[in-house]
Design a protein around this ligand. Structure first.
Ligand SMILES: [Zn+2]
Length: 216
């Protein structure tokens, strides 16, 4: 069996260790079982993902993922946030899922930017076909709702796909597409600081609600 730790740079490994050991504790100092959230920025390193006119998917995904982590760390108590890649580096799909399984994640959240040959617009969030009716689908719906409510985006809804990271993770898992990098207007939005802030807020607010609903 491959050891995914061997694929990670020291920086990534350190970030994970720090994230895993700095989870929120109650004021009395009693360590309650934390909720473990794995945030996965799609692509990275020599896998650039889709390319827009002026940006690469891997860079946008990472920036939004970082903001999501920051917001959730700030406002959600008792949540340990772990990033599959805190930087611009290549991590295999197996290792991303393996990391979430290894840490016993409660939720896996993968962030991507979409691309299409023809004209296309809007957000969409995927779950594995076998996860219909479960918590992952619920989280996906919460994200799409925030995109259209507070993000002003056109939601294309919740869809199913047999993506490796959704298939290989053993917990509720979603893969959200924040917009089409192939669409000139949307690329402008998702590569802008304003757009990234807005999208990160939508995702983190959806998570806060999800967390509240499934609080022990
Ligand atoms: Zn992608």
């Amino acid at each position: 069996m491959r050891n995914w730790l061997s694929h990670l740079s020291l920086v990534a490994l350190l970030a994970i260790v720090i994230a895993a050991t700095s989870g929120c504790r109650s004021s009395r100092g009693i360590a309650r079982q934390p909720f473990v959230l794995v945030v996965d920025a799609g692509h990275g390193g020599n896998d650039q993902g889709a390319a827009g006119r002026r940006s690469l998917e891997k860079d946008i995904n990472l920036k939004v993922a970082r903001r999501v982590c920051k917001l959730i760390r700030k406002k959600c108590k008792g949540v340990e946030v772990i990033q599959t890649r805190p930087d611009d580096e290549f991590v295999t799909l197996d290792d991303r899922a393996g990391m979430a399984n290894y840490f016993g994640a409660d939720l896996f959240l993968s962030i991507h930017s979409n691309s299409a040959r023809g004209w296309a617009e809007g957000t969409e969030t995927f779950i594995h076909p076998s996860a219909r009716g479960g918590r992952g689908e619920h989280m996906a719906r919460l994200i799409e709702r925030e995109y259209s409510r507070q993000g002003g985006r056109k939601s294309r809804g919740v869809k199913t796909a047999n993506f490796a990271v959704l298939r290989k993770t053993r917990m509720p898992a979603v893969l959200t597409e924040i917009g089409f990098i192939s669409n000139r207007q949307e690329e402008k939005f998702i590569k802008s600081k304003r757009g990234q802030k807005k999208l990160a807020r939508c995702i983190s607010d959806a998570f806060a609600r999800y967390r509240k609903e499934y609080a022990p």
